[in-house]
Design a protein around this ligand. Structure first.
Ligand code: HEM
Length: 175
């Protein structure tokens, strides 16, 4: 079994990161005034790219992991890769995407817009898939995955479809 015991729980670290980000946001706003909007949008897009990179790669690791016999060196390597991808990239990137996105929506007064409601529904669905993948990392770590490789191949497409719909909604703002 891979030794992942040195990994601390993400909860407190995520909370500290969010509070620190909000503090930085407030300071930047005080210095830059309204010009901060485009900087925050750039930060939002960078966070989105990082979140999506992880959400597209993690199920691909699960697909390969299904082929590795439990206890084999390959299986142990996949466990470390999955755990690190989740805690170092995917979790913080999701938190930052939410913080920056909600701030942008509040600043621009988009909360009454239909496109944002639809986008938020899809981002909540993406966050749910994130939660499911996160639980799956724990199951793989315990050699307790019961999902077939074929089913993982289907899950692999879900974040892609959601991402395409979300980007079309925010760029085209169709309603
Ligand atoms: C977590 C909740 C999210 C909220 C509240 C949110 C909200 C927003 C807002 C208000 C904007 C600024 C729109 C404008 O200035 O015209 C924006 C920009 C953007 N968002 Fe999000 N967003 C979220 C998550 C996401 C996700 C998950 C993606 C992609 C998968 C995404 C992709 C983008 C892109 C590409 C832009 C730039 C659009 C442009 O400038 O034309 N957002 N978001």
């Amino acid at each position: 079994m891979a030794d992942l015991s040195h990994q601390s729980a993400p909860g407190p670290r995520a909370a500290i990161a969010i509070v620190a980000t909000l503090g930085l946001l407030a300071a930047a706003w005080a210095v830059l005034g309204d010009g901060v909007y485009l900087w925050v949008k750039a930060a939002h897009i960078i966070a989105v790219i990082s979140w999506m990179a992880g959400m597209l790669y993690l199920p691909r690791l699960f697909i390969y992991h299904c082929d590795a016999p439990p206890g084999s060196p390959q299986s142990e390597t996949f466990k470390v890769m999955e755990q690190r991808l989740l805690t170092v990239i995917i979790n913080p990137a999701m938190a930052l995407t939410w913080v920056f996105g909600l701030w942008l929506a509040w600043q621009a007064g988009f909360f009454s817009s239909g496109w944002l409601h639809a986008k938020l529904a899809l981002v909540v669905a993406m966050s749910g898939v994130h939660g499911f993948f996160s639980a799956s990392v724990r199951r793989f770590a315990q050699d307790a995955n019961t999902t077939s490789q074929r089913t993982w191949r289907m899950w692999n497409e879900v974040p892609t479809v959601l991402m395409i719909a979300i980007v079309l909604l925010v760029v085209l703002k169709p309603f």
